[in-house]
Write a protein that binds this ligand. Structure first.
Ligand code: CTP
Length: 401
């Protein structure tokens, strides 16, 4: 449990600083002690008095304040926490962190800390997309700094795009997974999700209507339980889940390549609706109408089966490989046969017959098919299917089941 743990929260200068006030309240409600550093920029958006009142502690602002240094030096400040959270993290503070600059209390504490650091970036989308910011983030992530967000949406500057600070529940989930050492701490998970897109030519493609909802929910649920999750997603209209490393791909071949590159993993969940066929005679140039109106012939070839390939990795095979099956009749028999054929450990079989309302809906009726047999689950929300599956994965990996 996170109760009794201590967080050093660094509030840097962004309009999203107001959300950090709510973050402090929610952390305190969970019994987590919060000590805050407010940068000079941060103090333009929220007052030290409000931060002090909510955190129930003194607010630290100055690097060379005699009283602060006498009471607690910046080194102690950064070490007496279990986790350092920078929210909002501006482009400026990320740049300082990447370069190792220590010119104020916040950046000095960040350089001096030996504790895990979580950043919640918040900035204008041009600043977020700038090569400098992206390079700084890559540097920080390579050093083990964890990130939550940013989300996409309307920004304070009136523009629309990525750059909004992650919402407080997402920051809390990221904090939980870092503090709690959740039941899947140390477990590497690989999840595929969404449709694939198979090009016919540079502007046309074959795809399907998969939304990615179920796969993304599974990735998020595994991350909430502490797993280090790589989500390989085809083109979807969903935000990247918080606390998950998301790799965007288009074709089935790209998805397979990304899945193999994400190994080793302890568990793989293949929830993607990979197109069964790819276009083997895709043209490099846009196809033009033929004189006389003859339609071009599209030749199809089987796409590689990612689930089967992962199941056949020999020593590199994840300990648990989970596939999905969409069935409309004799659900259990079909899914059992699919489990055998694909060599995976479990199949989550969706009953997609029209009476269930699964397609397009938020509910799902599934059977979990394992070596031990068939387990019918009640009709529950797709998010709950994800949660329940994640806990079954905990049992299997930790209980040896
Ligand atoms: N799968 C995969 N790679 C493919 C095709 C499917 O990884 N090229 C995975 C899916 O992610 C899913 C499972 O295999 O976990 C579904 O298998 P599939 O044979 O496509 O079955 P259904 O979609 O259920 O349909 P059907 O049996 O009618 O082919």
């Amino acid at each position: 449990m996170a109760e009794g743990r201590r967080i050093l929260l660094i509030i840097s200068g962004g309009i999203a600083a107001y959300k950090s006030l709510d973050l402090i309240r929610r952390l305190k409600e969970r019994g987590i002690a919060v000590r805050c550093i407010l940068t000079a920029g941060g103090a333009q958006f929220v007052t030290p008095l409000t931060v002090a009142a909510l955190s129930g502690d003194k607010v630290y602002q100055e690097l060379f304040s005699l009283t602060d240094e006498a009471e607690m030096g910046h080194i102690r400040l950064s070490r007496e926490a279990d986790l350092v959270v920078v929210a909002p993290a501006t482009a400026n503070i990320l740049a300082k962190m990447a370069a190792g600059i220590a010119d104020d209390l916040a950046s000095t504490a960040l350089l001096a800390t030996d504790k895990p650091v979580l950043v919640a970036p918040a900035m204008n989308s041009m600043m977020w997309g700038h090569a400098a910011t992206q390079a700084n983030l890559a540097t920080l992530e390579a050093r083990g700094v964890r990130r939550v967000g940013p989300a996409s949406g309307e920004l304070a500057c009136g523009e629309i795009g990525p750059g909004r600070m992650a919402e407080v529940p997402d920051i809390l989930a990221a904090i939980d997974s870092l503090l709690d050492a959740g039941p899947l701490k140390g477990v590497r998970a690989l999840v595929t999700s969404g449709p694939t897109l198979e090009p016919i030519d540079p502007v046309r493609f074959i795809s399907n209507r998969s939304s990615g909802k179920q796969g993304h929910a599974i990735a998020a649920a595994l991350a909430r339980l502490g797993a280090e999750v790589t989500l390989i997603s085809g083109p979807v209209r969903l935000a990247d889940p918080a606390g998950v490393k998301t790799i965007h791909v288009e074709s089935g071949r790209e998805m397979l390549g990304a899945a193999i590159a994400a190994l080793p993993a302890d568990v793989a969940v293949c929830a993607a609706a990979v197109a069964d066929w790819t276009v083997s005679n895709a043209s490099k140039q846009k196809q033009k109408k033929q004189p006389g109106g003859a339609a071009p012939a599209i030749e199809l070839a089987l796409n590689p089966d990612i689930l089967t390939t992962l199941s056949e990795q020999g020593p590199a095979r994840p300990r648990l490989v989970v596939g999905f099956a969409a069935e409309t009749e004799t659900v259990v028999e079909h899914a059992r046969a699919k489990r055998q054929r694909k060599g995976c450990d479990w199949i989550v079989a969706n009953d997609v017959s029209p009476a269930t309302g699964t397609f397009g809906g938020d509910f799902n009726t599934v059977h979990l098919i394992t070596a031990a047999g068939d387990e019918p689950w009640p009709r529950i929300a797709k998010a709950d299917v994800a949660e329940r599956l994640a806990w079954r994965i905990v049992d299997a990996l930790k209980g040896g089941g």
